[in-house]
Design a protein around this ligand. Structure first.
Ligand code: CU
Length: 511
């Protein structure tokens, strides 16, 4: 059954269901969603769906506070080369809407989670205490940590339990990374309730170290009218959840007072479940200097916009134009059509920040070194692999709903899907044979994007960068070069967290 017929079928069933349903005083949209909930319940998610609820107004969280840097996780060890700290995952009550309290789930009471500042080569030891009502793990997204320290779903820490994560960073790593839960079927919920935080890895030879720098951790939040975080509904499971608030370091549309010397470096993390951030700062060009894996070989200057898919990071240098203005410039997440299902509207534009350039002058001249990182030659791929992302729909009794699959299969924690040999360069061909975008993520290492193909047109990647997450548009194919450097089980999955939880994930055994 194709997608259109599936939804037509749902609509028909909804009418029948509606006839016998008690009248409820809700908006049209909520009624439609309620009916769909009954008909299109995810097979793997029975009992996890929730009726639509009245949401808080989009201005319920006050805007306009001065942007604060993220809280920093304190190192319990003095001296260099070692980082030791404790993260307590637990419910916390915060005030986001005046006069209301919201129960979030947080690390150390911080929303988002505290910034972990590391240096390349550090020995890291982080103690996790799980005070959530369910099992959790911590995945060190993008960092090359041993497989048994990387928070796989099979290594869950039960409610009330604790564990220590230990790893040593390579000496040649830098950039913005992040940490978030990765438990079986509950990653989406734990992240949308607030569990995610940035990790900044510095090196001593950073060519941009002199620039004033900010970490911008972007999260997404949905609140009901009474200030609660509601559970996912059916549309969230299909499309990936987006809230009505997009927060920067936990703040709603804060003010950023730009550096007086006219240039700043922004390290931006998309820590949302499913929101695509098509970043624009109208009137200003952006220079992309880094991605998931740290610096690019060469800066990409003069960009009008940068798309940051869920889980990706970008390192951006922003310049003032020298024209002083008392009115703020909005940093936008512009509309992006990612092929959402069920007639969902295209994302509306969101103002993430108001940037105040009123005291700045133009930098003279803007300074970026021509080469940010020397780039080793990657060997030719010795092995080819193929991963196909697909969606399928079933109206079979007890099986109603969407399935999101990798190579035709739903996730099985007892199955090995692919095997790679440690140290061997591979070329993976990733195919999105579905009608919506999916961000592909793999654990344990980072990869080079070789080329992208869509509608028979092949586009070679024009600059060299490292990624751990790459977006695939509908019917797009992406070829990557990848080497795993440590043995063990690694996950690869869609990073729309709802899709991951629904089974769009596989296990790679590195031998
Ligand atoms: Cu997906």
């Amino acid at each position: 059954m194709d997608r259109r017929n599936f939804f037509a079928g749902l609509a028909g069933l909804s009418t029948l269901a509606w006839t016998g349903a008690p009248l409820r005083a809700k908006g049209t949209m909520n009624v439609a969603m309620d009916n769909m909930s009954g008909m299109a319940k995810m097979p793997a998610m029975n009992g996890m769906d929730a009726p639509a609820q009245r949401l808080a107004a989009t201005d319920a969280i006050p805007i306009g506070g001065v942007l604060q840097p993220p809280r920093v996780l304190q190192n319990e060890i003095s001296g260099t080369g070692k980082f030791k700290a404790t993260l307590v995952a637990a419910p916390a009550r915060v005030s986001l809407v005046p006069g209301q309290t919201t129960e979030i789930w947080s690390y150390n009471g911080s929303f988002p989670g505290p910034l972990i500042e590391l240096t390349a080569g550090d020995e890291v030891e982080i103690n996790l205490h799980n005070r959530l009502p369910q099992a959790t793990t911590i995945h060190w997204h993008g960092l090359p940590v041993p497989a048994d320290q990387d928070g796989n779903p099979s290594d869950a820490v039960p409610a009330g339990g604790s564990r220590v994560y230990r790893f040593t960073l390579p000496t040649d790593i830098s950039g913005l990374y992040w940490y978030h839960p990765h438990p079986h079927k509950q990653s989406a919920e734990q992240v949308y309730r607030g569990l995610a935080g940035p990790i900044l890895v510095r090196t001593k030879d950073d060519p941009l170290a002199a620039l004033p720098e900010r970490v911008l951790a972007i999260t997404d939040l949905r609140l009901t009218a009474d200030g609660a975080i509601p559970a996912n509904d059916t549309m969230d499971w299909m499309n990936g959840r987006e809230g009505q608030f997009v927060l920067v370091n936990g703040q709603h549309r804060p003010k950023l007072v730009f550096d007086a010397n006219g240039q700043e470096r922004w390290r931006i993390l998309n820590a949302t479940n499913a929101r695509y951030l098509r970043l624009q700062l109208p009137g200003h060009s952006l220079a992309l200097v880094g991605t998931d894996g740290g610096p690019l070989e060469r800066a990409q200057i003069g960009l009008r916009e940068i798309l940051v898919a869920p889980a990706q990071r970008v390192d951006v240098v922003v310049y003032a134009t020298g024209q002083r203005s008392m009115s703020p410039s909005p940093l936008l997440a512009a509309p992006y059509n990612r092929g959402k299902m069920g007639g969902a509207a295209e994302d509306a534009p969101v103002q993430l920040l108001d940037v105040l350039f009123s005291t700045t002058r133009a930098p003279s001249p803007p300074t970026l070194p021509p080469v940010l990182r020397s780039w080793p030659q990657w060997p030719a791929a010795a092995v080819q692999k193929r991963v196909v992302m697909s969606e399928s729909m079933s109206m079979a009794k007890g099986q109603q709903g969407m399935q999101f699959l990798l190579n035709g299969k739903s996730f099985d924690m007892a199955r090995v899907d692919l095997i790679s040999e440690m140290g061997v360069t591979e070329e993976w061909t990733i195919v999105n044979d579905s009608d919506m975008d999916h961000p592909f993520h793999i654990h344990g290492t980072q990869f080079l994007v070789v080329e992208r193909e869509i509608g028979g047109q092949i586009r070679k990647e024009t600059f060299r960068a490292l990624y751990d997450t790459v977006n695939l548009k509908s019917q797009e194919t992406v070829r990557i070069k990848i080497v795993q450097t440590m043995k063990g089980i690694r996950m690869f999955h869609c990073h729309l967290l709802e899709h991951e939880d629904l089974g769009m994930m596989g296990r790679l055994n590195v031998i």
